[in-house]
Design a binder for this molecule. Structure first.
Ligand SMILES: *Cc1c(COP(=O)(O)O)cnc(C)c1O
Length: 395
């Protein structure tokens, strides 16, 4: 980690660039999301290092504001949360054969099981550990990704119930995931809900007594009240990002983006007209102008597809990336403006101070805002603001 490489390394790193994470925004987003789904418990999804925001600080902030579950993709991510001292329910869902089932059981994690191989490994680990596994059976209600197909559900339920009767596991949850919840009124939403109710009913008729039934991700929490059941799994919205511009802006849902990505200009210089800029000379100065050098590149998660298109706020104005994004840096045309070296360039943030948002970057780079924040690399230090004393003391 650059932070511990030499004395003063953290300050030096954040003088180049920083991702400021507003934990008050995370807490406020949890409260807004709970108001959208008042009858359900809330799982804070902190996979992929909290969508790039930092899993542990965001998990603490979410729990402080009323989340009661944490969710991750991999078991390693969930075990890391336990190692950081986070207590309470933690669920992880992306398993491969030979995964750390026993460690997961001993760390009291809820583990997703979507097929027979996973059930067998969970049961074997529970036998070795001498502790029942907390198993959440995953139904593929139409996404066509993870989870158990309806045709295979009877066998999975039967074998899980048999292991439950032997005291080797507890079926703590029945759950699924949407394919198109971010497309308003997409017909698959209602079809998946119907299928989910049928698969839940089947398991319950055969004796499953899940604590939680859940299918809703952020877009479903915000726009499909029928999908809330006992628990909602919120990821991107927790960080204040709308799941899709087609659904609304963050403000429309009472959300506030938590991440502000900024850098200090490494250089400002005068150049003549007709000067090529950055690799390949895809930008040529239209006349005499000034250029600013922004010390962030694709190694930091700045999409190369943003070359020539994405906006950056410098010296009170939106500038466009001039030419290609390189590994460590890119250039903006300052149009004759002369901010000093060290002036702040804001790539994206909540948008309140005129800066672009992650959504603006997503549109410029032809992707989704989820990817813009999640791909910010480890070379960019996260700087936490509005951290509660209580969150610091926990763990
Ligand atoms: C990532 C993920 C979520 C969270 O999705 P958002 O759209 O970010 O809220 C929920 N459930 C599962 C299974 C996931 O993989």
């Amino acid at each position: 980690m650059t932070e511990t490489a030499f004395p003063g390394a953290a300050e030096a790193a954040s003088s180049r660039a920083r991702a400021e994470i507003d934990l008050a925004a995370v807490r406020a987003n949890v409260r807004s999301l709970r108001a959208h789904a008042p009858g359900a418990a809330l799982m804070a999804v902190v996979k992929a290092d909290g969508y790039g925001h930092g899993a542990v600080p965001c998990a603490r902030a979410a729990l402080a504001a009323g989340a009661t579950w944490l969710g991750t993709a991999t078991p390693q991510e969930a075990l890391a949360l336990r190692a950081a001292g986070l207590t309470g329910r933690i669920m992880c869902w992306l398993w491969t054969p030979g995964g750390p089932w026993r460690q997961a059981i001993e760390a009291d994690l809820d583990v997703a099981v979507g097929g027979m191989w996973a059930l067998r490994e969970a049961v074997a680990a529970a036998r070795e550990a001498g502790t029942p596994a907390r198993v959440q059976l995953k139904a593929d209600t139409g996404l066509g990704r993870g989870g158990c197909q309806p045709a295979d559900w009877p066998e999975l339920v039967r074998e899980a119930r048999r292991a439950e009767d032997e005291g080797l596991l507890r079926i703590t949850g029945l759950w699924s995931h949407f394919a198109c919840a971010d497309e308003p009124n997409h017909p698959s939403i209602a079809a998946q809900l119907t299928r989910f109710r049928e698969m839940v009913a089947y398991a319950e008729e055969r004796g499953a007594r899940p604590e939680v039934r859940h299918i809703a991700n952020s877009p479903a929490v915000l726009t499909v009240p029928d999908s809330h059941f006992d628990l909602v799994r919120t990821g991107v919205s927790l960080y204040g990002i709308s799941p899709s511009p087609a659904l609304g802006t963050p403000a429309d849902f009472g959300l506030r983006p938590a991440m502000t990505l900024s850098a200090s200009l490494a250089l400002v210089k005068h150049v003549p007209g007709g000067h090529g800029v950055s690799y390949g000379h895809h930008y040529v100065t239209p006349g005499e102008t000034t250029l600013g050098l922004v010390p962030l590149g694709y190694a930091d998660g700045i999409p190369r597809h943003a070359s020539g298109t994405a906006p950056v706020l410098v010296d009170g104005k939106w500038r466009t990336i001039a030419g290609r994004v390189a590994m460590d840096q890119f250039v903006v045309d300052l149009g004759g403006g002369e901010p000093p070296a060290g002036a702040r360039a804001v790539l994206f943030g909540p948008g309140d101070d005129g800066e672009p948002t992650a959504e603006d970057w997503a549109q410029a780079a032809g992707t989704i805002a989820y990817e813009i924040v999640t791909r910010i690399g480890t070379r960019v230090p996260r700087v936490y603001v509005n951290q509660d004393v209580n969150e610091q003391l926990q763990g």
